[in-house]
Design a protein around this ligand. Sequence first.
Ligand code: GDP
Ligand code: MG
Length: 457
Amino acid sequence: LGRKLNAALSSLSRAPVVDEKVLEALLKEICAALLESDVNVKLVSQLRQKVKAKAKAHFESGADRGKEANRKNVVQKTIFDELVHLVDPGVEPYKPKKGHPNVIMAVGLQGNGKTTTCTKLAVYYQKRGFKSCIVCADTFRAGAFDQTRQSATKAKVAYFGSYTETDPVAIAAQGVSKFKKERFEVIIVDTSGRHKQESELFEEMVQIGQAVKPDMTVLVLDASIGQAAEAQSRAFKESADFGAIIVTKMDGHAKGGGAISAVAATQTPIIFLGVGEHLTDLDRFSPQPFISKLLGMGDVQGLMEHMHDLANANPEKQKEMAKKLEEGKLSIRDWREQIQNVMNMGPISKIASMIPGLPQDILQGSDEEGSLRMKRMIYITDSMSAVELDSDGSCFLITAKDGKPEGLTWRVARVARGSGTSVREVEELLCQYRMMANMAKQAGGKNGWMQTMQKMQ
Ligand code: GDP
Ligand code: MG
């Protein structure tokens, strides 16, 4: 989906004029990509109407006569906003509070990833200083408690369950009350699922809910659910009034669009994405960065969180970087450091998409190919002088009297030669850096992601 949307938007930036015809063609491409990813038909047609109406109103206002770039920006921003709107119901999810027994109940059909996600959540909160534990209230599936026991043990989180008790409501109540007494701060209740939506399951959810009074109920949805997401999420909403959604298996080939439809159908926010089978494969979700990433615009927030988690080795440096990013003052040198960090962080395909301005094709092919491309970027910056590295790249540009960039200085050719690359590659790198710097500036603004992220922590 990301690649297709990205391609559609780059064709917009190449179009010499933006008129209704170009817009129509662009919308057609975008809507086709969304439909193909299983986003609900109604939602797609709403998006189309809204973008069209907004763009048309803007065209007719004549506000940007003669300024084509402005027009492109408006169209791009309108599309971006409407895509964000798809995954943002505008509702704040519950946030666990320190020193309080926060009860989180997970519901969803069997196989959607509840048990896995419960452990991931416990690990997530434990890492952030919450004393966390899991209660296994699944008495339906044989071996459910064993699964919880194994994964909780691996994750080093406390757990509760029973091999003999067959009443899930009783287990849930016992577990939660035990952990509350022991002053646990995040108590996660894993429930059973069924293969399909059945009244027994919903009845059980109602009863467990009444017994443990969760602060937040989370619907766990498999990304591959497709168009069934709407009916399934509505059905669960009636019996287990969930306040958040976690979409699992986003790492697979699933298209994820169905899960997006669940957000719209129930007006409930997504809070995390499951992105693998490991305990740490849980990404925090927020609408704006998610869409930026989808459009190949990077995910500054996700990147910062990742670096936060992985680069604890150097907290001072970390702080400095965050500050620079926030102030929009990231130099080429800082950017290079980010790329190097990514290279040290393991599978490139997973993290590269978070770096704004990295070309999408870095993700194509194998991880080795991706890291080779990144290495070339490092070679290029290695050939720059210290002054150039610490700059914002403008020293490579020749500016005309009116301040518009007119060309590149001879240094670009020199850097290309020094790094064994080409002028085009250097030019591309500078272009990517600028894109990243612009994104970072946006991210640092008053309502930017950096601020949102800091509020979240
Ligand atoms: P439950 O029946 O809802 O409790 O689902 P489980 O937690 O037992 O998960 C079912 C299967 O999905 C297991 O094989 C998990 O390893 C797998 N799974 C869960 N979350 C993810 C994810 O985010 N990515 C991938 N690739 N697999 C997942
Ligand atoms: Mg389970």
